[in-house]
Design a protein around this ligand. Structure first.
Ligand code: ZN
Ligand code: ZN
Ligand code: ZN
Length: 326
């Protein structure tokens, strides 16, 4: 297993890994009491029986030990698949989905994401920490027990690099954050807003890649998901995410959810520090949800260009009308 860099797109690809945690005859690997004996990285709440537990991935994509050892292979680049790969078990109950949990419980799940990002970023080998959730068979969820994943990598994923470059250029030109600008215009127009709570907004992005694509953002600027603004109440975000997912499950059987936050900017190399000069002001954390609808859109077969058959304005309107009560 190793990482190879595509010299054309500059994206890193993990080659030679086959995930194999399918629920065996031994039963669900994330259910108590079996999971209680596992080595855990975090249990929340800290006292009493756990509601959310983080453990190392039983079949990790990356290995946590060693240096990446980036090297050349003729004209190509490769490195060892060094990183972290963790499972966030969102509930001890096998049959409850994320949106079935209480707002306070969802807040604990997000707190686990936050703490793991913060902790993994202390390791300077890691340039980026991804938090994501694959829900449903169409999204290649492993098993059926509700969980999300945290991975730390020695490179910044390509989609994040695109966002970072665009945000930096927008800021260089306008001295404003592109995400703040998006939220402002969307709130003014209202047509693509799905729901709001407190300082948090859920919207269907203007150029949605798939039907019912939804982003969750804080109206107030902050580049780090793992460092909430003082006085921001994340319970509002938990409540908003819950309602969004309750709506979404009425139109889509599966989704990918991903938290986009700033890369690790604590960097030993000076040139890197220069590169991230305006990141505090130009980047803005957000959560992206990419549903997979049953009538498969072409975007799944032709990845180069997204063909979304559904207008984001119609998607937002439909989602607003759906009952967000569990
Ligand atoms: Zn289970
Ligand atoms: Zn912003
Ligand atoms: Zn993003």
């Amino acid at each position: 297993m190793e990482l190879r860099k595509d010299p054309i797109t500059r994206s890193w690809v993990v080659v030679g890994h086959r995930e194999d945690v399918a629920a065996s005859s031994l039963g669900c690997p994330f259910c108590p009491p079996k999971v209680d004996s596992q080595q855990s990285l975090l249990r929340l709440p800290p006292q009493g029986p756990w509601q959310v537990m983080v453990m190392p991935h039983p079949d990790p994509l990356y290995r946590v030990e060693g240096e990446p050892g980036r090297k050349a292979d003729g004209i190509y680049d490769n490195m060892r698949a060094v990183g972290a790969d963790e499972i966030v078990i969102e509930t001890p109950e096998h049959d409850r989905k994320l949106e079935d949990l209480s707002e306070n419980h969802i807040l604990l799940v997000m707190e686990a994401w936050r703490q793991r990002i913060e902790d993994l970023k202390r390791d300077l080998r890691f340039k980026y920490v991804s938090v994501f959730k694959n829900y449903g068979a169409l999204a290649a969820q492993v098993g059926t027990h509700s969980h999300s994943q945290v991975t730390a990598s020695t490179f910044v994923p390509r989609r994040i690099l695109y966002e970072l470059r665009a945000a930096r250029e927008w800021f260089a030109e306008k001295e404003r954050c592109v995400f703040c600008d998006i939220v402002k215009q969307e709130e003014r127009q209202g047509i693509r807003i799905v729901d709001t709570q407190g300082e948090y907004v859920a919207l269907c992005p203007y150029a949605s890649r798939v039907p019912f694509e939804i982003w969750l953002l804080n109206r107030k600027h902050n580049y780090l998901f793992e460092h909430p603004r003082p006085n921001s109440n994340r319970l509002n975000l938990a409540a908003l995410l819950r309602r969004v997912l309750l709506r979404l499950r009425q139109v889509a059987p599966a989704y990918h959810l991903v938290v986009h936050t700033s890369p690790n900017t604590i960097h030993p190399k000076r040139e890197a520090a220069k590169y991230w000069k305006t990141i505090v002001d130009d980047y803005h954390w957000h959560i992206e949800i990419l549903p997979i609808v049953e009538s498969r859109s072409k975007s799944y077969s032709i990845k180069e260009v997204y063909f979304n058959s559904f207008l984001p304005e119609q998607a937002a309107e439909r989602l607003r009308q759906l009952d967000p009560k569990g």
